[in-house]
Design a protein around this ligand. Structure first.
Ligand SMILES: C[S@@+](CC[C@H](N)C(=O)[O-])C[C@H]1O[C@@H](n2cnc3c(N)ncnc32)[C@H](O)[C@@H]1O
Length: 225
């Protein structure tokens, strides 16, 4: 039976540019790969996962969709052992894990488009991308149930300068649907984190200052939306 993608996965899939080669890293069920093959978004697709169980599920779904000739599966950690692909999708993992996977695959700087959907700590991922010279050329937001997710598209371009708020929402996302609501949620989280850490006596002056600067920068930007 055909799987209908939920709002989050659909947004990820629709953010993939037409390309020759696509790798769906952490493919789990394989739905993104299957969507990309069926919709002729990519000619050749690699679906990878670090765990055998999810990869078995992906292989079954790919076989029952009759797409074994278009989608290759690989059991590996991140992009280890995988050669350059035109587009890299990494969705449904923490921002730190995604950054670590990109860091360990230097070929991602060789013109590949990255489509990234962090579940947590997206600020760590954005900051990593800027510092490594990846330009976030698109970012959009999608709501699914109670949750709101960002989908980031980036490509290596060299030196990048960024304002403190851009760790939390990139400049090209500011005019997007749900940008204000997304920013409000981030601000609530930052204020809550700072309050919790302060109450527990777990925040040093330097960290307090950083929270203060980030909250101020993000609040000033939000007020302009
Ligand atoms: C929550 S699922 C997300 C699946 C799908 N990408 C999505 O967005 O719905 C995370 C998947 O990533 C895999 N994973 C976690 N860490 C990984 C890594 N370092 N390399 C490859 N896959 C990983 C897990 O085994 C799991 O199948």
């Amino acid at each position: 039976m055909e799987k209908t993608l939920g709002a989050r996965l659909l947004r990820v899939a629709q953010s993939i540019p037409r390309c020759e080669t696509l790798v769906d890293c952490g493919c789990d069920h394989g739905y993104i790969s299957i969507y990309a093959a069926k919709n002729n978004i990519a000619k050749r697709i690699t679906a990878s996962d670090i765990n055998r169980g999810p990869l078995d599920n992906a292989e079954k779904a790919i076989a029952s969709a009759g797409l074994c000739d278009r989608i290759k599966t690989v059991l590996t950690d991140g992009l280890d052992g995988i050669s350059r692909h035109d587009c890299v999708v990494i969705a449904g993992m923490g921002g730190e894990t995604i950054a670590d996977i990109i860091e360990r695959a230097p070929w991602t700087k060789d013109g590949s488009t990255l489509v990234l959907q962090p579940m947590t700590r997206s600020e760590v991922l954005r900051e990593y991308l800027y510092r490594e010279g990846f330009y976030i050329f698109d970012e959009s937001f999608v709501r699914e149930g109670r949750h709101m997710y960002c989908v980031i598209s980036a490509r290596f371009s060299g030196d990048i300068t960024f304002e403190p708020y851009e760790k939390y929402i990139s400049r090209n996302a500011l005019g997007k649907e749900l940008a204000k609501e997304y920013t409000d949620r981030v601000l609530s989280r930052l204020n809550y984190e700072l309050e919790m850490k302060s109450d527990a006596g777990k925040v040093c002056e330097e960290e307090k200052k950083r929270y203060g600067e980030d909250i101020l920068s993000l609040t000033e930007m939000r007020d302009k939306l």
